[in-house]
Design a protein around this ligand. Structure first.
Ligand SMILES: [Zn+2]
Length: 349
């Protein structure tokens, strides 16, 4: 195969990778140093090496394809050269060549290893605390029907959250879940109380991507349903959680509204970044909202087929990324989603 006079980028790419494969095989299979030298001359030699053809072709290739072709050429050249060095070192040793003894005082080369993401670490830590309290993990689909995401959770038919403005619809009544609360409904349908679950997962909002919002983010849902469960249980459990997770911290509940809980409350902890003095991350209030909670609305229990005369329950939802911001002193939520290793490696474990 030879290249046409004015090769296209595809021609170039196809042929240089074919040649590279042959060259790497010839080098890797060379049985001794003589055969290796022959392979070097055949592919990288100054007079008739096959790389020369591709080097010349760079001059004839269309201008806009030139940078890419040049990169391909350099990559292949480096590959062949390093394969050659490697094979030469191996054959040299096999033939009784001199291998210097390892210098054990040399600093080690850093090894890159995978690690868990800070948001994952926070989710695992939260899950561990609730596991001690008898909660188990429940998961649900990220693509949901409108009924599971809104209807069964007591959203009135024209609730603004159902607007195209806020929710990403897949088709008419199918959407990307906007919260993990549908897992509550699915769990209540499948299992009889007593129920204690923790449901971590990703949720989607048609939202701006700014310092404290992201269009996709993790959420953790908690649900406890049994006979005689009251707001006291909610407050005691979530207070316990805040103390376990943040250490000694001030926490407060503020009345709030969610369609699926009644009464509802949001829980704040003292901002860890400014110790309550007020900073940009807590918008100067000194408090950081970490979760929304409340007593499960009887309509939600009934929608899922649970007798709301007999059973009561409480639920909460929290954003682990926001909690991770507090834990790691991060003021911009986007750094958790940018996959910038320079940031992640400071935190990952
Ligand atoms: Zn603050």
């Amino acid at each position: 195969m030879t290249l046409p006079d004015h090769p296209s980028l595809d021609d170039y790419r196809g042929q240089i990778s074919e040649m590279a494969a042959q060259g790497l095989a010839a080098i890797g299979d060379a049985p001794d140093l003589d055969a290796l030298e022959a392979a070097r001359v055949a592919y990288l030699g100054d007079r008739r090496g096959r790389m020369l053809e591709f080097q010349r072709a760079l001059g004839a290739i269309a201008r806009d394809a030139k940078p890419e072709a040049g990169r391909l050429f350099n990559t292949v050249k480096r590959q062949l050269e390093s394969a050659l060095d490697e094979r030469r070192a191996r054959l040299g040793r096999g033939a009784g060549g001199y291998t210097p003894p390892a210098d054990l005082t040399m600093p080690a080369r850093p090894q890159w290893t995978g690690a868990r993401h800070p948001v994952t670490l926070v989710i695992e830590e939260i899950a561990a605390i609730f596991r001690e309290l008898g909660f188990t993990i429940a998961l649900g689909p990220e693509v949901e029907t409108e009924w599971y995401n809104f209807g069964a959770l007591n959203f009135p038919a024209n609730h603004p959250a159902m607007d195209l403005h806020d929710t990403l619809y897949v088709q008419d009544d199918v959407l990307l879940r906007t919260h993990t609360s549908p897992v509550q409904v699915r769990t209540l349908q499948r299992f009889a109380p007593p129920i204690r679950i923790l449901a971590p997962g990703n949720v989607y909002r048609r939202d701006f991507f700014d310092a404290s919002h992201a269009p996709m983010f993790a959420q953790i849902e908690g649900l406890c349903v049994d006979e005689g469960v009251s707001f006291v249980d909610l407050k005691a459990t979530l207070g316990h959680f805040a103390r376990r997770f943040f250490g000694s911290t001030r926490a407060r509940f503020r009345p709030s509204y969610f369609p699926f809980t009644e009464p509802s409350a949001e829980m704040d902890v003292e901002c860890r970044l400014c110790r309550g003095a007020g900073c940009a991350a807590c918008k100067g209030t000194g408090w950081m909202e970490i979760l929304g909670s409340g007593m499960v609305h009887p309509a939600v229990l009934e929608a899922a087929g649970v007798d709301s005369e007999k059973y009561t329950g409480w639920a909460f939802g929290m954003g682990p990324a926001r909690i991770a911001m507090q834990r790691y002193g991060v003021t911009d939520i986007r750094v958790f989603y940018d996959s910038d290793v320079r940031f992640l490696e400071q935190i990952a474990e």
